[in-house]
Write a protein that binds this ligand. Structure first.
Ligand code: 6PG
Length: 485
């Protein structure tokens, strides 16, 4: 067979199929392969029918041989050992300089390992986040590639042509960085996605269960919110979801069991935040909220033991709806600030040089967290590439300053009504901690020194000088080390 395909895509689940069609629409000849041949046949005679430049291969060698050199093989398979299995089957069939791209939701340390292992074999590896679900894959996803930069020139045009475009027409795809940096940024994207979803769910809960706003009315509220600074894909779909009726004419959401699932990327974000020591409180609360929701039967039992405070909402509902919108916006700013704190800590730890403005631009369209707000984040990093924290960018500092009074009122009201708002309230606690020059960590340090001679630093001495006190008069002068994990 004469090699004529620009790229090969392996794994014909819905994301893979849609990426093939998207690439083909942009003029690329694509070879396809799937472990189950029937799936390849069904794709070729179904969604890809009549497309001569989508070439079906039924054996891996034939698939590889159909590709122009340097060969570009994109894997759209389940993350984990399936990726490793396909890589080991592909390696003997490829030549030095050929490129393997993993477009699944792989864990970034795996991508770092694979990039290095394959470089030893002369092969170039890219691990790329692809966001936007089925629709995005078909018509323009956000693509976040990282790994071996030598491969970038060979895939750049394909990826940038199929990617979503920002309102200014820029592709939502650029080189992120070495190792697992692309998958890292996708992982944080997903963590932020968890946070955004949880914040929206909390505002729904507070207004519906706490203030008696009907699901139908809330559909209209979210639709209105979507025409302002909260404009985003997730607000838009929530507005739509709230209008969908079940067969009996009542809102479908009211029949959906309140136990949330998760595939693990939010959990990875939380674990990594703990490893790095970055206070990414909002995303972690969102992950734990899903976990708590899954205790459905235990919650049912507990609800018989503890009733909610019997205090009805009083005051103007319309005014409160606006305060809730403001609180959601402020908490969202905190969430993105935390996400970028984590990316920056990872960049520092791994010696990655990342362009934060460009990352925000890649999320501006195509992906699940796409929003108008990301345009402001790009601007904040472009105005000051050394920005320490998004909360310190003039635009966001001003927004949070203005939002804070309403945000506090919303959290107070939620606590009064007994409606849990872990993301809205932990974001506020983070903000109050972040803006406090003084925190009670002096007490923690004193306690540590009291029971374990762990030492402390003093406000009247330079940092790095450690002191120990014999608090009880019965301890010795020996102190423990002062290392920080
Ligand atoms: C995307 C999404 C996607 C994610 C799903 C499910 O960017 O298109 O982030 O990659 O896997 O939304 O995630 P959970 O099952 O963990 O909610």
């Amino acid at each position: 067979m004469k090699a004529k395909s620009d790229i090969g895509l392996l794994g014909l689940a819905v994301m893979g199929q849609n990426l093939v069609l998207n690439m083909n629409d942009h003029g690329y000849t694509v070879s396809v392969f799937n472990r189950t041949p029937a799936k390849t046949r069904a794709f070729k005679s179904g969604p890809a029918a009549g497309r001569d430049s989508v070439i079906a291969a039924y054996d891996l060698e034939e698939f590889v041989q159909s590709l122009k050199q340097p060969r570009r093989v994109m894997l759209m398979v389940k993350a984990g050992h399936v990726v490793d299995n396909f890589i080991s089957m592909l390696v003997p069939l490829l030549d030095p300089g050929d490129i393997i791209i993993d477009g699944g939701n792989s864990h970034f340390p795996d991508t770092t390992r694979r990039t290095h292992d394959l470089a030893q074999k002369g092969l170039l590896y890219i691990g790329t986040g692809v966001s936007g679900g089925e629709e995005g894959a078909r018509h323009g996803p956000s693509i976040m590639p990282g790994g071996n930069k030598k491969a970038w020139p060979a895939v750049r045009d394909i990826f940038r042509s199929i990617a979503a475009k920002t309102p200014n027409g820029e592709p939502c795809c650029d080189w992120i960085g070495p190792d697992g940096a692309g998958h890292y940024v996708k992982m944080i994207h997903n963590g932020i996605e968890y946070g955004d979803m949880q914040l929206i769910a909390e505002t729904y809960h507070l207004l519906h269960a706490g203030c008696g706003v009907s699901t139908e009315e809330l559909g209209a509220v979210f639709e209105r919110w979507n025409s302002g600074e909260l404009e985003s894909f997730l607000i838009e779909i929530t507005a739509e979801i709230l209008t969908v009726k079940d067969t009996d004419g009542t809102p479908l959401v009211e029949h959906i069991l309140d136990a949330a699932g998760q595939k693990g990327t939010g959990k990875w974000t939380g674990i990594d935040a703990l490893e790095l020591g970055v206070p990414v409180t909002l995303i972690v609360e969102a992950v734990f909220s899903r976990a708590l929701s899954s205790y459905k039967s235990e919650r049912q039992e507990a609800s018989r033991h503890f009733s909610a405070p019997n205090i009805p909402f009083s005051g103007s509902r319309n005014a409160f709806v606006e305060k809730v919108r403001t609180a959601l916006y402020a908490a969202k700013i905190v969430s993105y600030a935390q996400g970028f704190m984590q990316i920056s800590a990872a960049a520092h730890q791994n010696d990655w040089k990342l362009d934060y403005g460009s990352i925000a631009r890649m999320w501006r369209a195509g992906c699940i967290i796409r929003s108008r707000f990301l345009g402001e984040i790009t601007r904040a990093f472009e105005d000051n590439p050394k920005l320490k924290n998004l909360l310190l960018a003039p635009f966001f500092a001003d927004a949070v300053r203005k939002a804070a009074p309403a945000w506090r009122e919303v959290v107070i009201e939620a606590v009064r009504l007994g409606i849990p708002v872990p993301a809205l309230s932990s974001a506020l606690a983070f903000f109050d901690g972040y803006r406090s020059e003084t925190l009670p960590a002096n007490i923690v340090q004193a306690q540590r020194d009291y029971f374990g001679a762990h030492t402390y630093e003093r406000t009247d001495h330079p940092r790095g000088e450690f002191f120990h006190t014999d608090w009880t008069g019965t301890g010795g002068d020996v102190s423990a080390g002062s290392y920080n994990a």
